[in-house]
Design a protein around this ligand. Structure first.
Ligand SMILES: *Cc1c(COP(=O)(O)O)cnc(C)c1O
Length: 388
């Protein structure tokens, strides 16, 4: 028999998993137990702290080897990475880009930076990410396929790309999504900001889209302080990404010439030095986070009305952030649980406010978003640092 639903029981269960001796427990804290001091000191001693240097090269090489993706361009943050990915995918002013309604704001903002319009698609409960089947049905209804591509019949705008996000580290169901992209001539770009180390059918997230973005912000699975990366298997796109992120400066011994509107987006060497040390520990972080996820799953298994979210069978998640998912009928208790845990110093958080509920995006095109709306009411993120 399962224990009856009760916020107090949930909190006791949570306390049973978390270390007792710690006064307050963050949602996600970085861990610097490797070569961080060593590499950052070497970088300072070298004098190369800014946007070129051998730590950037080393960091990019390490990431390419780890992910199995050919080209890696390290940049200032994940949002900048997304911006460049979309621009290189050909997204321009007046286009529409399909984005999940349940995502972090940066996914959607990157679309706006290109002058394009976000078009919100629903999420699904299996992965917490974009629902490829619902998207396929929706596009059949609202779009018109022409030789140049896919057009939104209502707005008349071209739907250029799909930008799925691997929510809290859980890969979206990519195969059916790629089918939709092929059928509707849509470019696939992945927001893999949260899913470094997550696999879909054995391959790294980020290798499926023509371009994809990672983030190394302080709360991500590995950090460079602030940072991001553009990933692609296509060398021509990689060359352009490198060029665009370095002010589009033409190589020359002393003159300043630029052939495009570029950006100052390259990652500083000192951040990369930190990142090299962090990447060395990534396999260990993933091991620890996956074992924490199992502990949550087991602890909540005999409680009614809740479950600790588990990866889909086609996925190996990095479990960047653990999710406690309330059953629909108990979603009204979400705020009580958030209130009680935070009062006790256990940092929990609700999901992001849905994109179509934000003032600047409320008039954007969207499909029925009932699953995203439902999930948003039921998600509680649990403390997920690797050392817990
Ligand atoms: C963190 C994050 C980003 C952006 O990363 P920054 O490095 O903070 O700019 C983008 N998308 C998602 C889903 C994220 O979680």
């Amino acid at each position: 028999m399962k224990k009856e639903f009760d916020p107090k029981t949930i909190i006791q269960t949570l306390q049973g998993v978390l270390p007792r001796e710690q006064k307050s427990i963050a949602l996600h804290e970085p861990l610097f137990k490797g070569n961080e001091w060593n590499y950052v000191k070497k970088c300072l001693d070298s004098g190369w702290v800014s946007s070129t240097g051998k730590d950037v090269d080393r960091f990019e090489k390490q990431l390419a080897e780890y992910s199995g993706i050919k080209h890696v361009i390290a940049v200032v943050n994940g949002t900048a990475a997304l911006h460049i990915c979309l621009q290189l995918a050909g997204v321009t002013s007046g286009d529409e880009v399909l984005v999940p309604a349940l995502t972090f704001i940066a996914t959607t903002n990157a679309v706006s930076y290109c002058g394009a319009v976000p078009h919100f698609a629903d999420n699904e409960e299996r992965t917490l990410g974009l629902d490829p089947f619902k998207l396929g049905d929706y596009l059949r209804e609202i779009s018109e396929l022409r030789t140049e591509g896919c057009f939104n019949k209502k707005s008349g705008r071209r739907i250029k790309a799909v930008l799925p996000m691997h929510t809290f580290g859980h890969p979206v169901d990519i195969d059916p999504l790629m089918e939709v992209c092929q059928r509707y001539k849509l470019m696939l770009v992945e927001d893999a900001a949260e899913s470094l180390g997550s696999l879909y059918k054995g391959y790294h997230t980020g290798c499926w889209g023509r371009l994809s973005a990672l983030s190394f912000n302080g709360n991500k699975i590995v950090t460079t302080g602030g940072g991001g990366a553009i990933l692609t298997n296509e060398s021509s796109l990689a060359v352009l990404a490198r060029h665009l992120t370095t002010q589009a400066k033409l190589p020359h011994a002393w003159s300043f010439n630029h052939d495009m509107v570029g950006y100052n987006y390259r990652m500083p060497n000192i951040n990369a030095a930190l990142g090299c040390a962090q990447l060395e520990q990534l396999p260990e972080f993933i091991k620890q986070k996956r074992s924490l996820a199992v502990r949550y799953q087991e602890a909540f298994a005999d409680l009614k009305g809740v479950k600790a979210f588990k990866e889909a069978d086609f996925a190996r998640s990095n479990y960047w952030l653990n999710v406690l998912l309330l059953d629909e009928e108990y979603s009204a208790a979400r705020d009580t649980i958030l209130e009680l845990t935070n009062k006790l110093g256990i940092m929990t958080r609700p999901a992001w406010t849905l994109m179509h509920q934000l003032p600047m995006y409320q008039y954007c095109p969207r499909m029925d978003l009932s699953t995203a709306e439902n999930l948003e009411r039921r998600i509680i993120n649990l403390p997920s640092s690797a050392f817990l």
